[in-house]
Write a protein that binds this ligand. Structure first.
Ligand SMILES: [Zn+2]
Length: 412
C-alpha cells in the first residue's frame, strides 16, 4: 500500500507541466511574454560563454540585475505559495513543491517561501530589493528582527532601516539592525544573548588512523577570546613563515610558497595555546585584556555595546566578566585623538591601542580582517617624514600592508 501511494505521488509530480496562472494581478498574459523575453535574453548571455562582458562595471550591473530577478522570483513564489496551486500536484506545501519541481535544496526552498512571506510585512525592503539596491541577505537580516514585539516599531522605522541597508556596507547594516532590535525589544535581546551562550559546544574526538576531529560552537564573547588569541598566534607564525620563505627565495614569496597553509598554522597555534596553558599557573595574573568591548559612558544600557569584532551584545552579557575587567577610557576627541608620540618609529602603547579601537579591522575597503591580525601602518611612510601619530596611523592586514608597499604611495 505504501509502495502504491509512493508510485502514485511520483506519477502525479511527473505529469506534463500545465501552465497555471498564479495570483491574479501579478502574473498575467503580458507577464508571460516578459518571462519569455527574459529567457531569450539569458539564452543570448549564456551562448556568449566566455564572451559575456566580465569587466568590473558589467559585473556590478549583472549582480544588480541578478538581485532584481531574485526579488521578482521571490514575490512570484510568495503569490504561488498563497494561491495553494502547489496542492493539486500532491505537495504538502509550497516548499515541498519547490524542492521537487525546481530541484531546490530543501533549506533553500524553505528560505524562498519564508522570505516571500516576510516581504509582505516589509514593503520598503521589497521595493529596494526589486530595484537591485539590496540583496536577499538584507531582507533576511531585517526579517530576523521582526517579531510580535518589534512589529509596530518596525513599521514606523522601516524607511530608516531600508535607507541604511542601501547605503552601509552589509556588516554595518547588520549592526544597525542589532542595535535597533535591542531598543525595540530589550528583554528579547537579553534572552537572545542567554540563548546564544547556552548553545556553546566543543567536541574533540579521536577518529580513524588516530586523527582528531572536532567542532566548535562559541557564543560571541567566548568566540572573541579564543579567536583573537588564535588569530594573534597564527599571525606570528605567518610572519615567521614569510620571513623564512623570503630568506630562502631571496625575494617576496607568494602565499603558495609558504611552508604551511593557514589551516596548518591555526592548528599549530592551537597546540601552542594548549602548551602555554599547561605551563602557566591557573591563578596567574592575566597579561592582557582577553576581549575588547565598546560600551558608552552614559549608562551600560546606553546601547553602545559591541565587541571590538563588531558583534552587538546585550549589556547583561557582560556582567559575568566585569569582576576581572580592565576598564579603559578612550576619549575620541574631534580628530579621534588620545595620545601622541611624535618621535617613535613604531606605533606602541596608547597610540597603537587608540588606532586599534578606532579602526578595529583592516582599513582597506575590500577587507575586514580583525585588529588582532593587523599591523599599524604609517599612512605617510616614516622614511618620508610621516609622524607616528594617530592621524598618520591606520590598521592594515599583512596582505594589504605588503600590497601597499609594492605600489607608489598615494600622491595625497
Ligand atoms: Zn586587509
Amino acid at each position: 500500500m505504501v509502495g502504491a501511494t509512493h508510485v502514485l505521488d511520483r506519477t502525479m509530480s511527473r505529469r506534463p507541466r500545465t501552465r497555471r496562472l498564479v495570483t491574479p494581478g501579478w502574473f498575467n498574459k503580458d507577464m508571460d511574454h516578459d518571462v519569455h523575453a527574459l529567457k531569450e535574453t539569458i539564452d543570448r548571455l549564456a551562448d556568449a560563454g566566455p564572451l559575456v562582458p566580465a569587466d568590473a562595471e558589467s559585473i556590478e550591473v549583472l549582480h544588480r540585475q541578478f538581485n532584481r530577478l531574485e526579488a521578482v522570483v521571490t514575490e512570484a513564489t510568495a503569490s504561488f505559495d498563497a494561491s495553494g496551486d502547489w496542492a493539486p500536484d500532491g505537495a504538502v506545501n509550497a516548499t515541498g513543491w519547490l524542492t521537487e519541481r525546481c530541484h531546490l535544496a530543501r533549506k533553500h526552498a524553505r528560505a524562498f517561501v519564508r522570505r516571500g512571506r516576510e516581504l509582505r510585512h516589509l514593503p520598503e525592503f521589497a521595493r529596494a530589493w526589486s530595484n537591485g539596491d539590496i540583496t536577499a541577505a538584507h531582507v533576511d537580516t531585517v526579517a530576523g528582527a521582526r517579531n510580535e514585539v518589534t512589529q509596530a516599531v518596525l513599521e514606523r522605522d522601516e524607511t530608516l532601516l531600508c535607507d541604511q541597508a542601501t547605503t552601509l556596507p552589509y556588516a554595518d547594516f547588520v549592526k544597525v539592525v542589532d542595535y535597533w532590535k535591542q531598543r525595540a525589544d530589550p528583554d528579547g535581546a537579553e534572552d537572545e544573548d542567554e540563548e546564544r551562550k547556552g548553545r556553546r559546544d566543543v567536541c574533540l574526538e579521536q577518529s580513524f588512523g588516530g586523527m582528531w576531529l572536532g567542532q566548535m560552537t562559541l557564543d560571541p564573547i567566548s568566540g572573541a577570546i579564543v579567536s583573537d588569541e588564535l588569530s594573534r598566534l597564527e599571525h606570528e607564525l605567518f610572519e615567521a613563515d614569510w620571513a623564512k620563505a623570503k630568506d630562502e627565495l631571496g625575494r617576496e614569496p607568494t602565499i603558495a610558497e609558504l611552508p604551511r597553509t593557514s589551516g596548518q598554522r591555526r592548528c599549530d597555534a592551537l597546540v601552542d595555546m594548549a602548551t602555554r596553558s599547561k605551563t602557566a599557573p591557573a591563578d596567574g595574573r592575566r597579561p592582557a585584556p582577553q576581549f575588547t568591548v565598546l560600551v558608552d559612558y552614559p549608562t551600560l544600557a546606553g546601547r553602545v555595546c559591541e565587541l571590538a569584532q563588531g558583534t552587538v551584545l546585550a549589556p547583561g552579557a557582560l556582567l559575568p566578566w566585569l569582576d576581572e575587567a580592565i576598564i579603559e577610557r578612550a576619549v575620541f576627541g574631534p580628530k579621534s585623538r588620545v595620545e601622541v608620540s611624535e618621535t617613535a618609529r613604531l606605533f606602541t602603547g596608547a597610540t597603537r591601542r587608540a588606532i586599534e579601537l578606532r579602526d578595529r579591522a583592516c582599513t582597506h575597503p575590500y577587507c575586514d580582517r580583525p585588529a588582532s591580525a593587523c599591523q599599524v601602518d604609517h599612512i605617510i611612510p616614516y622614511v618620508d617624514g610621516g609622524p607616528t601619530t594617530q592621524e598618520n596611523g591606520r590598521l592594515l592586514c599583512g596582505f594589504h600592508n605588503r600590497l601597499r608597499n609594492q605600489r607608489p604611495p598615494p600622491s595625497a
